[in-house]
Write a protein that binds this ligand. Structure first.
Ligand SMILES: Cc1ncc(COP(=O)(O)O)c(C=O)c1O
Length: 372
């Protein structure tokens, strides 16, 4: 079986996890702090705040951005459902904006028409690992006094020209689910340059406590913490922190390997009119959570079945959130032509560091046979 992805983890991660367990400090301790420092340093942000996953990271970032009941947040529908769920959990309404046909990311040219007096924030999503046009989104946000909460779940290591994902938006949220380039099993991280917001995020991820267990333990203080904010338990464990820190050391190698495989897929499919290969704007670095092809006038279900019969996993490109029942029942009139076309016609192929050329040839041959 050729899986859709394979996490790149081994003995070193297993040892780090075991050391965390044996240390006797298992949650939100120094290993989580080390992971935070590694991510902040890598993306070039002042702060990184670890959370239990990217969905909770998005929720907290929206709260830190001042989003609450009655507000609207602009986001793409062509995303994983967590993007919009986080908006709803914050008490706000997601306002879906269509995507650019080539990048599959929010079309900045359509954002201003969706802004109302209730709009508080914009969530550009770096879909499948390609950074959205953050400079264009940020310029619109500045003009209208909005905050940008970037959903960078799959895009740690991505760049947009000179800009590195994690250092361009008010808040950037990453995922460390096993589908992503690097993993801590589950896990999330928010990066920001805003000192006050970082302090707020650290407080509300841990029940709203005014000081952390680690700070009290290391300072030896007998002060009693206060709860001035309504908080959550969105903490990361030190087992995750330990695994994530080891994974950070592998990140560049993993991204290099993914990029090489993607360019090889590009070459294998070059010139085939039955499909379109991923578009990467000049100067951008894609992290390729998967290799996404667009099928021109092909029966995707039949192609996926044909690949599965040969032991090759594939997935639909990305969902259209507004077409999922929970959203459709509440907002039935949303119409997004590019999103709807993309969700119907895109297909994700296996791609992971460690995938062999023989495996890749098997995928390409099977896809070409299914297309024929
Ligand atoms: C674009 C996007 N946003 C948010 C998430 C949620 O991440 P997590 O599973 O870490 O909560 C994902 C996960 O696949 C995602 O792809």
């Amino acid at each position: 079986m050729i899986p859709i992805t394979k996490p790149c983890v081994g003995e070193e991660e297993a040892r780090a996890a075991a050391e965390a367990v044996l240390s006797g400090w298992l949650s939100q301790g120094q290993r989580v702090q080390a992971f935070e420092h590694a991510v902040a340093g890598y993306v070039g942000a002042k702060h990184a705040v670890a959370t239990s996953n990217c969905t909770t990271a998005l929720h907290l970032a929206l709260l830190a951005a001042g989003v609450g009941a009655g507000d609207e947040v602009i986001c793409p529908s062509f995303s994983f459902i967590a993007t919009a769920n986080a908006v709803v959990h914050a008490g706000a309404t997601p306002v879906f904006v269509d995507i650019d046909r080539r990048t599959y990311n929010i079309d900045p040219g359509l954002i201003e028409a969706a802004i109302t007096p209730r709009t508080k924030a914009i969530i550009p999503v770096d879909q499948i690992g390609l950074a959205a046009d953050i400079p264009a989104v940020a310029a619109i946000a500045r003009k209208h006094g909005l905050r940008v909460v970037e959903d960078a779940a799959p895009s740690l290591g991505a760049t947009a020209g000179e800009g590195r994902v994690g250092a361009m938006s008010d808040f950037t949220c990453f995922s460390f689910h096993p589908r992503k380039s690097i993993t801590s099993g589950e896990g999330g991280m928010i990066t920001t340059n805003d000192d006050r917001a970082a302090e707020y995020l650290r407080c509300v991820r841990s029940h709203g406590a005014s000081s952390s267990d680690l700070a009290r333990h290391t300072s030896g203080t007998t002060d009693i913490e206060e709860y001035r904010e309504l908080g959550y338990n969105y903490r990361m464990t030190d087992i995750q922190g330990a695994v994530g820190t080891v994974q950070m050391g592998r990140l560049e190698g993993i991204l290099e390997a993914r990029g090489t495989l993607a360019r090889r897929y590009d070459a294998l499919f070059a010139g085939d009119p039955r499909l379109e290969t991923p578009f990467v704007p000049e100067g951008y670095r894609h992290t390729y959570q998967s290799y996404c092809v667009r099928l021109n006038g092909q029966d995707r279900a039949a192609i996926m079945a044909s690949l599965a019969a040969k032991g090759i996993a594939s997935r639909r490109g990305v969902m259209a959130i507004h077409l999922e029942p929970w959203y459709r029942e509440r907002w039935p009139d949303v119409s997004l032509p590019e999103t709807e076309a993309a969700t119907a016609n895109t297909l994700l192929l296996p791609l992971y560091a460690g995938m062999t050329e023989a495996e890749q040839d098997e995928v390409a041959d099977a896809l070409r046979a299914a297309l024929a």
